[in-house]
Design a protein around this ligand. Structure first.
Ligand SMILES: C[S@@+](CC[C@H](N)C(=O)[O-])C[C@H]1O[C@@H](n2cnc3c(N)ncnc32)[C@H](O)[C@@H]1O
Length: 167
């Protein structure tokens, strides 16, 4: 590649990065606005959330492969509709969400599970460090629609590894 082609490629790459960052900030603002209430209605963006949750939660849990005794990473955990359920059976659950008040609320609800831990982090962050071989299963519900296709491809780790992803 000659120097001008390399410069053009760098400019294009910087443009893509800037767009991704912009999108990240927009998504964070969106969730900051929509999580003020810290309720299941806010999490599901639906005033009928309590009824939907009654049907949806057991159905989703029934679709999961066995996670008994396993180490589960829950991405976009919200206030913890699933965190406590997972913790009842899993060996360990690491619940992650990028809104601090949300993950704190999750911890206040599910922190009594001694096998659960809570992390405020953006799942797309390149700075996110998860120790190699420390996770058996990644669970995520209602998160992928808030990521770009490229982010989903990049962050689904291994095919089939993301056990639940509702589009
Ligand atoms: C629709 S709610 C679903 C919450 C939970 N999984 C449930 O089913 O009740 C989506 C959650 O994902 C979180 N979220 C969205 N984008 C995220 C990102 N890039 N990193 C971490 N959390 C994210 C939001 O803050 C919100 O709590």
């Amino acid at each position: 590649m000659d120097a001008s082609a390399a410069a053009a490629a760098e400019i294009a790459a910087n443009g893509v990065l800037a767009k991704l960052e912009e999108e990240r900030e927009a998504q964070k603002r969106y969730w900051e606005e929509h999580s003020r209430d810290l309720t299941v209605e806010a999490m599901m963006l639906d005033s009928r959330a309590a009824d939907l949750d009654k049907e949806e939660r057991p159905e989703i849990l029934s679709l999961l492969p066995s996670y008994e005794g396993k180490s589960v990473l829950e991405l976009g955990a919200g206030i913890g509709r699933f965190t406590g359920e997972l913790a009842k059976t899993a060996g360990h659950v690491l619940a992650m969400d990028f809104i601090e008040s949300v993950i704190k609320k999750n911890e206040s609800i599910n922190g009594h599970y001694k096998n659960a831990s809570f992390m405020c982090a953006d799942v797309t962050s390149p700075d996110l460090v998860i120790e190699d071989n420390s996770i058996d299963l990644i669970f995520s519900n209602w998160l992928l629609m808030y990521l770009s296709d490229a982010e989903v491809r990049e962050h689904t780790y291994e095919p089939g590894y993301l056990s639940q992803s509702l589009i």
